[in-house]
Design a protein around this ligand. Sequence first.
Ligand SMILES: C[S@@+](CC[C@H](N)C(=O)[O-])C[C@H]1O[C@@H](n2cnc3c(N)ncnc32)[C@H](O)[C@@H]1O
Length: 279
Amino acid sequence: MPPETPPPSHYVHGTSQAEQARLAQMNRILNDRELPELGLAPGDRVLELGAGTGLCAAALADAIGTEGCLVAIERDPAQLRAAREVLAGRPQVDLRAGDVYEPPLAEGEWGSFDLVHCRFLLEHLPDPGRAVAVAARAARPGGRVVLADDDHELLRTWPEPPGWQALWARYWRAYEGLGNDPLVGRKLVQLLVAAGLQPTRNTYVFFGACSGDPLFGDVVANMVGVVAGAREHLLDEGLDGPRFDRVLEDTLRWRERDDAALWYGVSWAEAQRAPSEPS
Ligand SMILES: C[S@@+](CC[C@H](N)C(=O)[O-])C[C@H]1O[C@@H](n2cnc3c(N)ncnc32)[C@H](O)[C@@H]1O
């Protein structure tokens, strides 16, 4: 998706108010579904790489309580501002400006985290393996690294809204052209192993719904919002504007059908850093 201003690297989603609202809405739905998978306990030490607007970090912080500690790393100044607001009043959170390739961790913090969590980060990185190697180094011996990211090919809608699947495919392929990896979700276990970690679990965090589910409207609006954010870029690539708008309008109207269903899953994989050798 084209950013509003050229980014320092290829973070495609931009930081407009509409984009922040979309992320907030998606976070609410997703956090409720991901938190049980993470199995956090009060007092845990957590590192979040690519904290974004801080909504996921807030949920992690609430799960570990004030006796825990969450270090959250984010590079983008606008995201940092939003995250600072969201995370205010949570003394267990230490939000730091920095790059995930070289996170600002003190010497003694490397190898100290019970959990290192990266969600929707790797798809934006030119070298995801480098970030996972950082995560592996930051986890304590016996600690965990969790990667959660998109595989855009997983989206299914039925009965198909006219033109939607073709537009979705155009969207995520354009995303690839900007140096992002829209299919990184399928590579998570491979990335964990390449970083020297032992994979322990692989699943999807379900992000779908159907007519009759109170979340259905929001889930569809989120998917439409993701594609709408790429409008300018897709039109630059030659897509017809009125046709683009019509497909999105039709897809929003499709939510009113009583037999409409959407399936999506966020790829989610967990690995453990080897426990230290007994001395
Ligand atoms: C889609 S957001 C995900 C936020 C959060 N993890 C979540 O799940 O809601 C990805 C974030 O990663 C940040 N990011 C991308 N590349 C980064 C880098 N090299 N170093 C630090 N942050 C980065 C972006 O600025 C953005 O805020």
